[in-house]
Ligand binder design. Structure first.
Ligand SMILES: Nc1ncnc2c1ncn2[C@@H]1O[C@H](COP(=O)(O)OP(=O)(O)O)[C@@H](O)[C@H]1O
Ligand SMILES: [Mg+2]
Length: 243
């Protein structure tokens, strides 16, 4: 598990928050981790990367122009990558993303890539996010916004990944508010994991402030760390799940 795509059941479901907490936990365990965001939309600076709040490690100095490698495309319009690019008359070149990803994989033990939107978001008119994850032989963790309706969103996302024979080490359920019906939220976790046969890495509670969290999400970090360690030396391409 050299490289993991953190995707979600939708946009705005907590991918950035999850990346931040996983990266911080991995750093606390001494793992040489880096985060990447292939296409940042909605701003012309690396918004999500800033929010990942990684502490720079010595390995960063060995890599030239690391900021560009971490966010090869930064686009102003808050739209799907293919549209944001076309509005700026930019062509998203998959080779550039592949090369930046390969370079980071060479220098770091783990590359956490935050996806844009969900699994079937188009990067350009030919390739979807999940297609690129398959091409790069990545594992994919899905952040599920735990709410009414997420069973369908989560199972559809899992089907799309399975169709491309992408390994899914687990799901992270995120509580985006503190008001939903507890019965529904608990059942969502159980039934999605059962039907899909995908383990739950953890459940992110609703966080009242940014500072809140490190204590609550320790279990998620630990579960992810264990999963990474167990699969560290696996060539994921030799154990692709059957469709
Ligand atoms: N568990 C949570 N508790 C409180 N606020 C959250 C939680 N998860 C996400 N948010 C907030 O919801 C918004 C969207 O989350 P974000 O991580 O940016 O989503 P994404 O990266 O999927 O677009 C942010 O303002 C974030 O702070
Ligand atoms: Mg984000």
């Amino acid at each position: 598990m050299k490289s993991v795509l953190i995707t979600g059941t939708d946009t705005g479901v907590g991918k950035t928050i999850v990346c931040r907490h996983l990266a911080a936990y991995m750093q606390s365990k001494g793992v040489n981790v880096i985060t990447q965001k292939w296409v940042q939309t909605g701003c012309d600076y690396a918004d999500d990367l800033k929010d990942h709040m990684l502490k720079p490690l010595p390995a960063w100095g060995e890599v030239q122009d690391i900021d560009t490698l971490r966010t090869p495309y930064r686009l102003k319009h808050p739209a799907s990558p293919h549209l944001a690019a076309s509005l700026e008359e930019v062509e998203i070149d998959i080779k550039i993303i592949e090369e930046s990803h390969a370079l980071l994989c060479k220098h770091f033990d783990l590359v956490l890539v935050e996806g844009s939107g969900g699994v079937l978001v188009p990067l350009n008119e030919k390739i979807l996010l999940a297609d690129l994850a398959a091409r790069l032989k990545m594992a994919v963790v899905i952040v599920v916004s735990n709410k009414l309706g997420c069973i369908n969103h989560a199972l559809l996302s899992i089907e799309a990944l399975r169709l491309r024979r992408i390994p899914i080490p687990g799901l992270i359920f995120n509580r985006m508010d503190g008001q939903s019906d507890e019965k529904i939220l608990r059942e969502n976790v159980r039934i999605i994991s059962l039907i899909a046969g995908v383990p739950v890495i953890g459940e992110m509670p609703f966080l009242k402030s940014d500072a809140d969290g490190s204590e609550h999400v320790k279990d998620i970090g630990e579960a992810f760390y264990k999963c990474w360690k167990e699969n560290k030396n696996d060539r994921l391409d030799t154990k692709r799940p059957d469709v």
